[in-house]
Design a binder for this molecule. Structure first.
Ligand code: NAD
Length: 278
């Protein structure tokens, strides 16, 4: 779903019908879904929505696919991480009226990883999928100290593009790419695997890699969170892998955005439980 979320406080609305994210807001807060598809708007029109949200008194927006890059030219500034990633998932309107873009996708994955796989070895990690989620995961893993990432994508140009950006930021020795044919050797020598393609969602059923590559001793982290239990996670657990689902990244990116909007600390544990109940 292509969507924008508007966050507005000080409105006396009952949030019972609002999504699970809304449930963590006070009853005086409003978290509203704006879907650009029914509005007949393409991602290039996101600037109009940013200006409208500011004019209507919203405190900020969460930005989702496919607007995370197109929104940037309509903002007044970027956080350091958003600038490095070239992607924005959170916009905060300051008291001075300036719209500042942030990226909490990467910090969301980093917090989820630290919580769910706290002592996982990070010497060699294979990252499957070099799109938007893959870029955030790569930034997170290299920021928290992973020694080396191997990027694999069915679109080699995407893997090469992300590897080039990461090499500039973190050093060429810490990033490499592998063609699909090289995946067995790469996974065979890895401590962990992060899956960041849409495979496993209802529209993209199946496994993103041959099940034979999963083995005891390899940890497997998923970014897909709809469903929370993907075929990859089930196969990985059956093969003896430690696993991390995509729900933590979804919750912690929302929690970090909530803090930016409101200055308050959300109850991430409750958010995780609510997500599991959906
Ligand atoms: P995207 O389209 O930007 O990137 C996906 C990439 O995967 C593409 O480069 C594509 O070529 C590649 N790919 C597809 N199938 C592959 C395969 N079998 N092997 C290797 N590469 C393959 O998509 P995205 O925005 O990065 O989203 C990917 C998934 O991440 C989606 O399911 C999305 O819902 C999820 N996501 C989760 C969170 C979260 O908070 N948990 C956040 C963002 C995105």
């Amino acid at each position: 779903m292509f969507s924008l979320f508007f966050a507005l406080k000080n409105l006396n609305k009952n949030l019972a019908s609002v999504s699970w994210v809304g449930d963590v807001y006070k009853r005086t807060d409003l978290y509203r879904l704006i879907d650009i598809d029914p509005l007949g708007l393409g991602p290039e029109r996101v600037g109009e929505l940013v200006r409208a949200a500011a004019r209507l008194g919203f405190d900020g927006l969460n930005i989702t696919h496919p607007c995370k890059q197109t929104v940037i030219e309509h903002l007044d500034g970027l956080s350091e991480d958003a600038a490095l990633l070239g992607a924005v998932n959170t916009v905060v309107f300051g008291a001075d009226g300036r719209a500042i873009g942030h990226n909490t996708d990467w910090s969301g994955f980093a917090r989820s990883f630290a919580r769910g796989l706290p002592d996982a070895p990070t010497g060699e990690i294979v990252l499957l999928g070099a799109g938007g989620a893959g870029a955030a995961v790569a930034h997170a893993l290299l920021t928290v100290g992973a020694d080396r990432l191997t990027l694999a994508d069915t679109d080699p140009a995407r893997a090469a593009g992300l590897a080039g950006t990461l090499a500039t930021r973190f050093g060429a020795a810490r990033v490499r790419t592998v063609a699909p044919g090289g995946l067995p050797a790469a996974v065979g020598g890895a401590d962990g695997l992060v899956h960041a393609t849409p495979t496993g969602m209802a529209a993209h059923p199946g496994l993103p890699l041959p099940v034979e590559l999963l083995r005891t001793g390899l940890w497997v982290a998923e970014v897909v969170y709809r469903p929370l239990e993907t075929p990859l996670l089930a196969a990985a657990r059956a093969a003896g892998c430690r696993t991390l689902d995509g729900g933590g990244m979804a919750v912690f990116q929302a929690a970090d955005a909530f803090r930016l909007f409101t200055g308050r600390e959300p109850d991430a544990t409750r958010m995780l439980a609510d997500l599991a109940d959906l």
